[in-house]
Design a protein around this ligand. Structure first.
Ligand code: ATP
Ligand code: MG
Ligand code: FE
Length: 345
């Protein structure tokens, strides 16, 4: 079984061809960082136009590198939400057109399901597993019980973890994208110089909060002498902030692991690329006696291989979607998620 997957929900235009053994036959990603950098964040209109300009060429390239004709595909999958709707529409329309022309099934993939199932692409993890989904728009702990079967144990009550990294990076003048910049600065800093709070630590449940921590960073900056921050200030602030995020997430994960029976502890999403976080989570999984599975860095942040793979998982389960499927700017993974909670869900 071979599926072409497209990802256009944020600031990466990506296409990949994957087979059901988990082999990535081709993978192309075009990051729009340079186009958004002058604005310090993703501009939805620029993103949508850029996806439109590049998607056809990227699909061609993915098919050529895989050495396949469209006839060889079993289906075409695209991210159909959640995400910036202009970009999502570009990917969905492209996938539907290819599916229609070549008479293949179309799969409207939930971007979060792509992140959630990546561990089964890379490591053949069996259900059920515990998932920490930490990305630009989300911070959730889910019990993954099967394809399409997600039980939410906790979520952020305000900002997503990646969003906090991005905002703090902007505050410190570390640039965009923020996560990798904060990590790099933190490696040169002293995490003990600025004692930041550990949001939600010790509270019941598994929910997260990062907005107060972000405010603490701003207040801490204001206590420093006026004028531009020194490189050492930036590094120490980044290190303190990152340590607080890692500690806060670890407290929540520990609680979730305590009550969980399953095959593995999995982390996914862009913030899963953070090495301090990976190290801490690895230790927590070991304490809980569970294998720890973290995708390689390029499969943590947005990519099309995870979308093709989620398409394969759903196709194997006998599913596909109609060509009039409407893209969904908001699309929680768990069916009974309250509408008002969670960032971007
Ligand atoms: P979502 O998946 O929730 O819809 P998204 O697709 O925008 O959101 P991803 O692409 O999965 O998010 O992840 C991007 C986020 O990951 C950004 O906020 C980025 O700053 C963060 N990130 C990437 N690398 C790192 C890192 N090394 N440390 C911390 N954060 C990181
Ligand atoms: Mg991205
Ligand atoms: Fe994502």
């Amino acid at each position: 079984m071979i599926v072409l997957g497209l990802e256009t929900s944020c600031d990466e235009t990506a296409a990949a061809v994957v087979d059901d053994s988990g082999l990535i036959l081709s993978e192309v990603v075009l990051s729009q960082f340079e186009e958004h950098r002058p604005y310090g964040g993703v501009v939805p209109e620029i993103a949508a136009r850029s996806h439109l300009d590049h998607i056809d060429r990227l699909v061609d390239e993915a098919m050529t590198r895989a050495g396949l004709s469209y006839d060889a595909l079993d289906a075409v999958a695209a991210t159909a939400g959640p995400g910036l709707i202009g970009g999502v529409i570009v990917g969905v329309m492209t996938a539907k057109a290819i599916a229609a022309v070549h008479g293949k099934p179309f799969l409207a993939v939930n971007h979060l399901e792509g992140h959630a199932l990546t561990a089964r692409l890379t490591d053949k993890v069996a259900f059920p597993y515990l998932l920490l989904l930490v990305s630009g728009g989300h911070c959730q702990i889910l019990a993954v019980e099967g394809v399409g079967r997600y039980r939410r144990l906790g979520t952020t009550i305000d900002d997503a973890a990646g969003e906090a990294f991005d905002k703090v990076a902007k505050m410190l003048g570390l640039g965009y994208p923020g996560g990798p910049a904060v990590q790099a600065a933190a490696e040169r800093g002293d995490a003990r110089r600025f004692p930041f709070p550990r949001p939600m630590k010790g509270r019941p449940g598994c929910d997260f909060s990062f907005s107060g921590l972000k405010t603490s960073v701003r207040q801490m900056v204001e206590t420093l002498p006026p004028g531009p921050l020194s490189e050492q200030d930036k590094a120490d602030l980044a290190a303190g902030f990152q340590a607080a995020v890692v500690d806060s997430i670890a407290d929540r994960v520990k609680r979730a692991l305590a009550g969980f029976r399953g095959t593995a502890f999995v982390v996914a999403g862009g913030v899963a690329a953070n090495s301090a976080l990976r190290e801490k989570l690895q230790a927590l999984a070991a304490q809980a006696g569970l294998p720890f599975v973290a995708p390689p860095l390029r499969l943590c942040t947005d990519n099309a291989a995870m979308i093709a793979w989620a398409g394969i998982e759903r196709l194997k389960a006998g599913e596909s979607d109609p060509l009039d499927f409407r893209p969904r700017p908001r699309w929680p993974l768990d069916p009974d998620a309250p509408k008002s909670t969670g960032a971007g869900a």
